[in-house]
Design a protein around this ligand. Structure first.
Ligand SMILES: NC(=O)c1ccc[n+]([C@@H]2O[C@H](COP(=O)([O-])OP(=O)(O)OC[C@H]3O[C@@H](n4cnc5c(N)ncnc54)[C@H](OP(=O)(O)O)[C@@H]3O)[C@@H](O)[C@H]2O)c1
Length: 265
C-alpha cells in the first residue's frame, strides 16, 4: 500500500468518519477533518492528537457546492493528499405517518450523499493523477445494490455514488490512483438511531472502519461488508420479484427524519 501521511475525511464528527479518523491517527500522519458540528469535530480531533496525529478541522456544510472543492484546494495547497475518504452522508426515509420520503429531504439527500462526493473527488483527482498516486474512498451503501423501498432517494444517491466510483476507478486504472467503493450494511450510528425497525447484523463504526482500511490496504476496488448481508443482497437479487418482496418484508422500516438536517451545535 502507498504511504498514507496526508489524509482528508469528510463527515468526521461522528459515526464511521470519526472511527476512521481515530483508526488512522498516529505520529507522522496529518489528518484533515470536516463536518458541520464543531463540538463533534473537536472531540474527534482531540482523540486523534492524543494518538500523535496532527489534526486540522473545518466546519463546513457540504451541501454548499463550493464548500468541498474549496476545502480540498486548501488542503492541497499545503501538500498532496494521499488518502481522501468521502464519508459525509445523511439518511432519510418514509416517516411513520408518511407514504414516501419527505419532499424537503430530497435535495439535501442528493446534495450531501451524491453531489458533494463527486465535487470533492473532481477537485482532488487531477493532482493525484499527475502525481501517479493517491486513494479515493467513497462511502456508499449496500442500499446501492439492494435499494430500499423505505428510503428510495437515499438508495438512489448511493447507487449513483457507486456507479460514479466504478467509472472513476476504470478511468484511473494504471495511473497509480486507486478508487475504493465502500458498500456497508448497517453500522450503529446516528443513521441507525433514526431507523425504526430491524437493523439486522449491525456492526460498530470501529468494526466498519477496520473492514474499510483492510480493503484499502489490499487495494480492493469494492469493499462490501458484513459478509452475510452482502450475500443476502446478492442472492435475493437473483430471486423472482414476488419472493424477494416477501423475504424483504422483515427488513421494512420507517425513519425519524431529522427536522432540519443542518444539526447545529
Ligand atoms: N450507519 C449505517 O447503517 C450506514 C450504512 C451504509 C452506509 N452508511 C454511510 O456511512 C457514512 C457515515 O454515516 P454514519 O453512519 O457514520 O452516520 P453519522 O454518524 O450520522 O455520520 C454522518 C457524518 O456526515 C456529516 N455530515 C452530514 N451532513 C453534512 C454536511 N451537509 N456537511 C458536512 N458534513 C455532513 C455529519 O456531521 P455533521 O452533522 O457534524 O455535519 C457526520 O459527521 C454516510 O455516508 C452513510 O450514508 C451508513
Amino acid at each position: 500500500m502507498q504511504e498514507l501521511r496526508r489524509i482528508a475525511i469528510t463527515g468526521a464528527s461522528s459515526g464511521l468518519g470519526a472511527a476512521l479518523a481515530k483508526a488512522l491517527a498516529q505520529p507522522g500522519v496529518s489528518l484533515h477533518l470536516c463536518a458541520r458540528r464543531v463540538k463533534g469535530l473537536e472531540e474527534v480531533a482531540g482523540a486523534c492528537r492524543a494518538s500523535g496525529a496532527e489534526v486540522q478541522t473545518s466546519s463546513i456544510d457540504l451541501r454548499n457546492p463550493s464548500a468541498g472543492p474549496a476545502w480540498i484546494e486548501a488542503i492541497a495547497a499545503g501538500g498532496p493528499i494521499d488518502l481522501l475518504i468521502l464519508n459525509a452522508g445523511i439518511f432519510a426515509g418514509r416517516s411513520e405517518k408518511g407514504v414516501m420520503e419527505p419532499l424537503d429531504a430530497i435535495p439535501g439527500l442528493i446534495a450531501t450523499n451524491l453531489t458533494s462526493p463527486l465535487l470533492c473527488a473532481t477537485a482532488a483527482v487531477p493532482a493525484m493523477r499527475a502525481r501517479g498516486r493517491g486513494h479515493v474512498v467513497l462511502i456508499s451503501s449496500l442500499s446501492a445494490v439492494s435499494p430500499s423501498p423505505d428510503s428510495p432517494g437515499y438508495s438512489a444517491a448511493k447507487a449513483g455514488l457507486s456507479a460514479y466510483g466504478k467509472a472513476l476507478a476504470d478511468d484511473l486504472a494504471g495511473t497509480g490512483v486507486l478508487v475504493h467503493v465502500v458498500e456497508p450494511g448497517h453500522i450503529l450510528s446516528h443513521h441507525t438511531d433514526q431507523q425504526i425497525g430491524a437493523v439486522p447484523l449491525a456492526i460498530t463504526p470501529e468494526a466498519a472502519a477496520d473492514h474499510i482500511l483492510r480493503g484499502v490496504k489490499r487495494g480492493a476496488a469494492r469493499i462490501a461488508f458484513p459478509l452475510l448481508p452482502r450475500l443476502y443482497v446478492r442472492l435475493t437479487d437473483l430471486l423472482p420479484r414476488p419472493i424477494r418482496l416477501l423475504l424483504n418484508r422483515s427488513q421494512r422500516f420507517t425513519v425519524r427524519n431529522d427536522p432540519d438536517p443542518l444539526s447545529g451545535e
